[in-house]
Design a protein around this ligand. Structure first.
Ligand code: TA6
Length: 294
């Protein structure tokens, strides 16, 4: 069965073997498996073994969806929201199967605030979120559709896909970030965190605590390590965040022992400034992750 939905999860399987599991809580992709060169299925996403998958807390791993604010809220209309907004911590619903053939298996999920009083009380602006997850043989596409359902008022938001990529943190590097302007959230003062730096490295590693917000980024990235690589392409996600807490990860209650050694977060998003979506319009942020074939 290529699409299998249960009360809490959706499982997609491609005819060539790749698989994805989505938790309806947060529409969080919690597993993406693709065959390696030997033909064995290999997990590509990190999920902390201490992360609860019971809907009590956002998942520490996979691909949490950040919406409508990135980090602590700074927009006056977002003041009642918590860090990274509510999309990652609400129950989504399966809307429909979009495609189920050799080209790909695709499903659409929906988060509708008109049937969720909690969201309406935190964020009264009318909107609708849909999320299309498409699995191909060596690719995973995740597209976030934001519709402003108000007939009269613009919708202002930030959005990001918080990918936890399974890869050895002491070996990997990310390209091409050189020359980009970025904000370094590991700096000690508000002033230093708000002062842009310029990335000078051709290959950016995460061997030390890294929390960098690159703006106006190229929307195509490669993560490379000794025995692997992964490509990420994006559209309408003009910024990208690179995060690995290193030893600071001890402070995260849901981080497994030394979990930070196993992943890097490379997160396409629109997080510097806000998308301003006119009434009755839809914005689509797209991401395609792929495992390059030799
Ligand atoms: O995207 C990077 C970041 O904003 C970091 O600053 C870091 O705190 C991380 O997200 C995790 O946030 P969380 O709310 O999931 O603990």
């Amino acid at each position: 069965m290529p699409v299998n939905a249960s009360k809490d999860t959706v499982f997609l399987q491609h005819p060539q073997g790749s698989q994805v599991t989505i938790l309806l809580y947060g529409a969080t992709v919690i597993s993406w498996k693709v065959a390696n060169d030997e033909g064995d299925l290999q997990e590509r996403l990190f999920v902390s073994s201490k992360s609860r998958l019971d809907g009590s807390k956002p998942v520490r791993g996979g691909i949490p969806i950040v919406f409508p604010c990135f980090g602590p809220p700074i927009h006056p209309e977002h003041s009642r929201l918590s860090q990274h907004g509510f999309a990652r911590s609400e129950a989504w619903k399966v809307d429909k199967i979009i495609m189920d053939n050799d080209a790909g298996v695709s499903i659409r999920l929906v988060l509708d605030p008109t049937v969720n009083d909690k969201i309406a009380s935190l964020f009264p602006n009318p909107f609708l979120l849909t999320y299309v997850v498409t699995l191909a043989a060596h690719q995973l596409s995740t597209d976030l559709h934001v519709t402003n359902t108000s007939p009269s008022k613009p919708l202002e938001f930030q959005a990001l896909l918080h990918n936890y990529i399974l890869a050895p943190a002491d070996e990997l590097h990310v390209t091409p970030l050189q020359g980009l302007s970025y904000y370094d959230k590991t700096e000690g003062t508000d002033e230093a965190r708000a002062t842009p730096k310029t990335e000078t490295r051709a290959e950016v590693d995460v061997k030390k605590f890294t929390d960098s917000v690159y703006e106006n980024a190229p929307q195509r990235y490669k993560i490379s390590w000794l025995n692997g690589d992964l490509e990420i392409k994006a559209k309408e996600f003009k910024d990208v965040v690179l995060w690995n807490p290193q030893e600071e990860g001890h402070k995260l209650a849901d981080m497994e022992s030394e979990g930070w050694k196993k992943y890097v977060c490379l997160e396409p998003g629109y997080v510097k400034g806000f998308v301003k979506l006119e009434p009755l319009k839809t914005w689509i942020g797209q991401q395609v992750m792929s495992v390059p074939q030799k």
